[in-house]
Each structure stands twice: as structure tokens, then as C-alpha cells.
Ligand binder design. Sequence first.
Ligand code: NAP
Ligand code: ZN
Length: 352
Amino acid sequence: MNTFNVKAYGTTSKDDDLKEMQIERRELTATDIEIEILFCGVCHSDLHTARNDWGGTKYPSVPGHEIVGRITKVGSDVTKFNVGDLAGVGCLVDSCKECESCKQDLEQYCLTGSTGTYNGADKHLQGHTFGGYSEKVVVTEAFCLKIPENLDLKAVAPLLCAGITTWSPLKHWNVKEGSKVAVVGLGGLGHMAIKLAKGLGAEVTLFSRSPDKIQDALDLGADTVVISTYDNEMESVKGKFDLIIDTVPYDHDINPYVATLNISGTLVLVGYIGKMEEALFTPPMILGRRSVAGSVIGGIKETQEMLDFCGEHNILPEIEMINMQDINEAYERMLKSDVRYRFVIDMQSLKN
Ligand code: NAP
Ligand code: ZN
């Protein structure tokens, strides 16, 4: 298969900084589109992958799965997009399209394994996929999203991961007018969870370790903030929530949060992937039909619905623009929970 080179930013080992490199993109197949990347959001998963926190990172690693840009080429069979259109790409670039999950528009749960935008098994070039910290990306049109024209493009990027990852559980657990929703952790995902839950009419509480984020959370639309390290504040919301979305990236004790679920309530983990050291205390679950669940991103159809909802309700993340060359510093700030509330890379800076 013919390829062409593009400039990218990535790392060659878990201990190295990201730096400029060249990667290959495939020449378009009939169903592909080529996107000149204009903006790319910075997700905590980018950092986990670059530093091999989850194991299994293939190097060189080029992260980035919150991609928006303009279409520069389309394959001969492309029907949804034209050259010059805006387009988005999130965390997935392919799946089998045939299994029970794919048939239900749940490509994120593809039974044979969907293809991640980065660190996935590249079906075309063999090797592994490279993400959006790059000049251009080539993606089959079925995995590309349409961007509502009324939204500020640079702020749309984080919707492609932080947005859909919090939207999908809100929809699956049927959050609506009057639902009582809580969010654990005010970062990229957490702040989108607040905005989207409010957009659906819920009453929203934030659990945070950071008292200096209280005013921001209220400005973002939270009705209440509970500082999770203050026992009296935790006690005050016991038995309250229908749904809790937990975005904390590292191992932590979830039992204090389970205690704040209402009867039949659910705590959905979207952040930490791994073994929890603190065992689950089952009485509140058994005696109150409470659940602990998990959820990963969302399907393409659902992602489009979320983007359209954000277009209609003018919902966008709070972003801080950075240049590509600032990415290593941005990761360090992310580790200190010092992001308000999503970094977005201006990809023009990669041309410098
Ligand atoms: P982020 O912007 O860094 O935000 C995480 C927030 O969690 C922080 O702002 C902080 O909020 C809180 N936090 C951080 N470390 C903590 C700790 N040790 N204990 C308790 N709270 C802590 O990260 P993000 O981009 O939102 O991503 C969050 C997690 O979701 C990451 O692990 C990422 O890989 C994962 N993720 C999952 C999916 C999925 O599909 N399931 C998709 C995207 C990302 P406070 O200061 O308010 O406490
Ligand atoms: Zn992500």
C-alpha cells in the first residue's frame, strides 16, 4: 500500500519526552477521507499511553484522539463528506462492523476488538495506528464525525473523547430532568460530565479533592460541591445519587462514593483501569440494589448525537490552548490536576 510522510509528535519510550518525528499515513482507499488536523485535545489517556501506564504501548507512540480538522481529500466512494468540510475523529478509527456490538452501533465494544485511533492494530499498514498529534490523518468515513457549524471549532475537539465518554453513561443510565447525578474529579472528563448532565436537566454534584476548584465547578453549572476529604460533607450526601460518574485516573477507594448512591443507583467507573486495592464493601450494594459499573467512550452514532446535542445547546468545554512544543509541560500539569479544564493543541504550531 502506498504511503506518504507527515510530521508528528510522539515518543520512542515510556521515559522519553515527546518530540517531533515523521510517521506514515496510507494513501486514500475508496472509502477514506484525509483530514488536515487543525486542533487536537489532550486526554489523560494520551499520557497513560505515552508513559505505558497500562502496559502494551507500542513505540513510537503518537497520541491524540480528540481530532478536528478540514477535509483535504476524499476517496471515490465517499458519500458523507466533501473536500473542504470540517470533520472530527475520536478514539476509534475502525471495527469489524459485523459482530453483535457493531450491529447495535456499539463499536466501542466490538467483540473482535475495535481499532483505537492510536496504539491500535493498523489493518492497512500493519504495525500500529498513530493519533492526532500530527499534520494529517486518513480515516474511513464511517468513523468520521460531522461538526456542528455553529460551534467554536477548537473547543469542539475535547467532545470527541471527554464529551462522549461522559455522555454515553448519562444516556445509558437514562439521566433526565430531575435526575441526581454526581461526578468524581474535576478534570477534562469531569467538567464535561457536569455540563452534559446539566444539559439533560439533572441536578449535579461534584466530588473533588480540590477546594480551589469549588467556584469553577459552580460556574460550570454544578449545584453543589462536596470536598471528598471532608467526612462531614460526604455524610451530608449519603444515599442521594441516581448516578455517579467517577473520572479519577488512579486507584482510589470507591466505597465512600457507593455510600452516596440512592437505592438502585449506579456508580460508573470511566477513569481508573486496573485492580483496586481497597476491596468493595458489599452491604450497601446488596441491601440497596446499588451497582458499580464501567463504561468506555461511545459508538459513532452516539458520538454524532452528542455533537448535535452540544450544537443545539451550545455546550463546549473550557479549554487552554497550547502549542505542540508545550506538550511535555502540559502532561506534567495534568499529573498535578492543574488543567482548567482541557488542553487543546493548535496544530498550526507543528508547522513551525
Ligand atoms: P484529568 O483532566 O487529569 O482529570 C482527572 C481529575 O481526577 C483531576 O482533575 C482530579 O480532580 C482527579 N484526580 C486526579 N488524580 C487523582 C487521585 N489520585 N485521586 C483522586 N482524584 C484524582 O483526566 P481526564 O482526561 O479527565 O481523564 C480521566 C481518566 O479517564 C483518565 O484515567 C483517562 O485515561 C480516563 N479516560 C477514560 C475513558 C473511557 O472511555 N472510559 C475515556 C477518556 C479518558 P480534582 O482535582 O477535582 O480532585
Ligand atoms: Zn481520551
